[in-house]
Design a protein around this ligand. Structure first.
Ligand SMILES: Cc1ncc(COP(=O)(O)O)c(C=O)c1O
Length: 393
C-alpha cells in the first residue's frame, strides 16, 4: 500500500518545479533587487473593465454559477474580435470557450486531445507551463529545437511526428524568446498537422506585442483549418488582467463536449465577476494595449542598446515580439548559479534558460514588460555590469 506521506505520485514528481517562485524568494532575500524575471506588464486594466463591475453587482443572479463555456455577451464580443482582428471564420465549425486564463485553456486542450502515453511536440525553448501540463497529463513532450534565431524548423517538426503524436504546439510571439514566427512557417506547421490528422495548438497570448515590421499571424485564419486548429488567447498581458484570470480558446466543434466536461469538473465556470470585467476590457479593445506599446518599445530599445555593450559575452538573437530576450551566454557556467550571483552580488534577477528546457549551454531570459523606463536603465545596467564582472572574473 502507498504510504500517505510519500511526497506526491510518480506522475507529479516527474513535473518540474516552477523556477519563478524560487527566483522570487531570492529577490525577497536581497531587498532592492530589480526583477527582470516575471513575464508581466506594468499596467492594469482599462477603466471600462472596472465600470462593468457595477453591472455585475446589479443582479443577485450574477452570484450564482454561470454557463461552463462563459457568459453569452462575452462570447459574442470575443467572436466579433476573432472575426475582425484574427480573420477567423467561426461559421465553419468552431466554438469559443472562455477559460480562467490561457494556462487553463492549454490544459483543457491537452486533456481533450490526448490519452496517457501520447506525444505532443513543443518547440525548444518551450513555455514551462506547457511542458508541465503535458507531464501532468501523463503525456510525453517531444522537444524540437528552434534555429539560431529561435525560429521554427518545420522540417524538424515533421520528422518528429510519430504514430503517437497528437498535436504540435506553437507560441507566437514567443515566451521565452520574443520570436515572432513567420507566417509561412506557421502555415507549414498547420498544413502538416492537417495532413497527419493531428491538432495544431497555437498560443497567441502575446498577439498584440509586436515591434517594427513584425506581424502576428493566427493559423486558424487559414481556410479549412478549423477542424484541427486550437487557438489560445489571454487577457493577462494585453489588458493588464493577470489576476482576473480570463482567457479563451477557439476549438473545433468535435472537442466541445470534452472541453465542457473538463472545465465543468475543474472550474464549473470562469469567475463571472472577471467575465464582466473582461467584457469591458474587450470593449476598450486592442487600442488599449497598442497605446501601451509605444513606451514598451522604448524600454525594449534601451534594453537592446545596453546589451549591445556586451556582445563578446553574449548573443542576443532577434526578438520582435512579447517582452523577452533570451540571451545566450558565451561561457560554460551553470545558469542557476549565474542567476543567484547576479541577484546576490548585483541586485538584478533574470530567469535561467533551464526553466524553458535549454539544458545545453547557458541561457538567461530577460523580461522587460513590468518595468518603467527609469527602472529599466538601472536594471539592465546592473545586468551588464554583473555579467562583465562574473564572466571575466
Ligand atoms: C505563452 C504563454 N501562454 C499562456 C500564459 C498564461 O496566461 P494566463 O495568465 O492567461 O494563464 C503565459 C504567461 O506567461 C504565456 O507566456
Amino acid at each position: 500500500m502507498k504510504n500517505p506521506t510519500t511526497p506526491g505520485t510518480f506522475r507529479m514528481r516527474a513535473v518540474q518545479s516552477p523556477v519563478i517562485p524560487v527566483v522570487g524568494q531570492m529577490v525577497r532575500e536581497r531587498p532592492g533587487t530589480i526583477s527582470l524575471g516575471q513575464g508581466v506588464v506594468s499596467y492594469g486594466p482599462p477603466p471600462e473593465a472596472i465600470d462593468q463591475l457595477n453591472s455585475f453587482l446589479s443582479a443577485p443572479s450574477h452570484h450564482k454559477y454561470g454557463a461552463v463555456e462563459g457568459i453569452q455577451p462575452l462570447i459574442e464580443t470575443i467572436k466579433a474580435k476573432l472575426r475582425s482582428e484574427n480573420s477567423i471564420n467561426l461559421n465553419a465549425g468552431s466554438r469559443v470557450v472562455v477559460t480562467a486564463g490561457g494556462n487553463m485553456a492549454f490544459m483543457n486542450a491537452v486533456l481533450a486531445i490526448t490519452d496517457p502515453g501520447d506525444e505532443v511536440i513543443l518547440q525548444l525553448p518551450y513555455y514551462f507551463n506547457h511542458e508541465m501540463a503535458l507531464v501532468m497529463a501523463s503525456c510525453r513532450a517531444v522537444l524540437v529545437p528552434t534555429d539560431e534565431n529561435y525560429q521554427l524548423r518545420p522540417e524538424a517538426v515533421r520528422r518528429a511526428i510519430t504514430e503517437k503524436t497528437r498535436a504540435v504546439v506553437t507560441v507566437s510571439p514567443n515566451n521565452p524568446t520574443g520570436a515572432v514566427y513567420k507566417e509561412e512557417s506557421l502555415r507549414e506547421i498547420n498544413e502538416m498537422c492537417h495532413a497527419h490528422d493531428i491538432h495544431h495548438i497555437s498560443d497567441e497570448a502575446y498577439e498584440y506585442f509586436t515591434y517594427g515590421d513584425a506581424q502576428h499571424f493566427s493559423p486558424a485564419s487559414i481556410p479549412e483549418s478549423n477542424s484541427h486548429t486550437i487557438s489560445l488567447y489571454s487577457l493577462s498581458k494585453s489588458y493588464g488582467f493577470a489576476s482576473w484570470r480570463i482567457g479563451y480558446m477557439v476549438i473545433p466543434e468535435h472537442l466541445f463536449t470534452s472541453v465542457n466536461k473538463i472545465q465543468d469538473t475543474i472550474l464549473i465556470c470562469p469567475p463571472v465577476v472577471s467575465q464582466f470585467a473582461a467584457l469591458g476590457a474587450l470593449q476598450a479593445g486592442a487600442e488599449y494595449c497598442r497605446g501601451k506599446l509605444q513606451s514598451l518599445a522604448e524600454v525594449r530599445d534601451i534594453v537592446l542598446q545596453e546589451l549591445s555593450r556586451i556582445k563578446s559575452l553574449c548573443t542576443v538573437p532577434p526578438s520582435d515580439g512579447a517582452f523577452y530576450f533570451l540571451l545566450k551566454i558565451h561561457a560554460s557556467i551553470e545558469p542557476m548559479a549565474l542567476v543567484e550571483q547576479l541577484i546576490r552580488e548585483h541586485g538584478v534577477a533574470v530567469i535561467p534558460g533551464t526553466a524553458f528546457g535549454m539544458e545545453d549551454g547557458c541561457y538567461l531570459r530577460v523580461a522587460y514588460g513590468a518595468l518603467e523606463k527609469e527602472t529599466v536603465v538601472e536594471g539592465v545596467t546592473r545586468l551588464v555590469v554583473g555579467l562583465k564582472t562574473i564572466l571575466k572574473g
